[in-house]
Design a protein around this ligand. Sequence first.
Ligand code: SF4
Length: 345
Amino acid sequence: MALSLLARNSPLASTTEQRQILARTDACRPFDERMGLVGLAPLHATGITVFQINVGKLCNQTCRHCHVDAGPDRSEIMTRETAELCIKALAQTDITTVDITGGAPELNPQFRWLVEQARALGRHVMDRCNLSVLLLPSQADLAEFLARHRVEVIASLPYYRSSQTDAQRGDGVFEKSMQALQLLNKLGYGVEGSGLTLNLVHNPVGAFLPPKQEAIEAQFRRELARHHGVVFNHLYTITNMPISRFLEFLIESGNYEGYMERLANAFNPAAAAGVMCRYTISIGWEGTLYDCDFNQMLDLPLSHGAPRHIRDFNPALLHARRIVTGNHCYGCTAGAGSSCGGSVT
Ligand code: SF4
């Protein structure tokens, strides 16, 4: 299995290095300047409807595009103490949705506790699932747990054919993903009328933008049903962010400047006005607060006077906070934007 950037001692394991590369690109005008042209600079939040908790970088896969640089060799995970601070903060609010991500979030010993606590507070819970985790012997009862707690599953599946999916996520991952989807379907996930939501996420397997959502969703629906008997609710499309391991791929393949130019040329003011940081608060495994999971992976915490740690959570100071932006944000404003509101593992 491949190793994370950190385990390979890659210079890109340094977020400072990544930020410098992104800041000095000649392929596009600075993001804030572009936002200024459409009256969106400085960018501000418009409230918080999504409480996204990233419980850490541990994962059972080492996908090529991963913006978290997650993998089996990463040991950073959220402790119970920090998880308790998250639930305490959530209880102060009427935020409707808790979005749990990683790594493979289910591998964190606090995952199930977080789900139970958030559900007890009456919140909708989403699990950003890599699918193969459901087949691990240690997670034999995970699918039933998710169904019992009515957790929405958002599952990454780059493509409906094995070659493209395995190229991005590792040998044999497509086959495991199909087994996991069949298991979820058996429990009612993705089946009309069950109330158990199963959404898939498609991201391009290369240095290009995702296709139109409706067309690719119809293809996935037809091919997965025909060849694997798999059903799902919706397919979201996301643009690969030019950070972490996807940034490494862009640089090594000579596509970095071209990709940044492609993103900037596809700048869409409507997508820019609706970026997820405007309605999300993102919490890191150590409790640090961010505008989104991408800023989290670039070590860009909240700034401009907003609280920086979950222990200082204050909804009044966060609802209209100024957002920290950079050239990576072109990944959110290209084309139709990323339609699943955030990262997927
Ligand atoms: S990368 Fe984060 S801060 Fe930048 S536009 Fe996207 S969601 Fe907002």
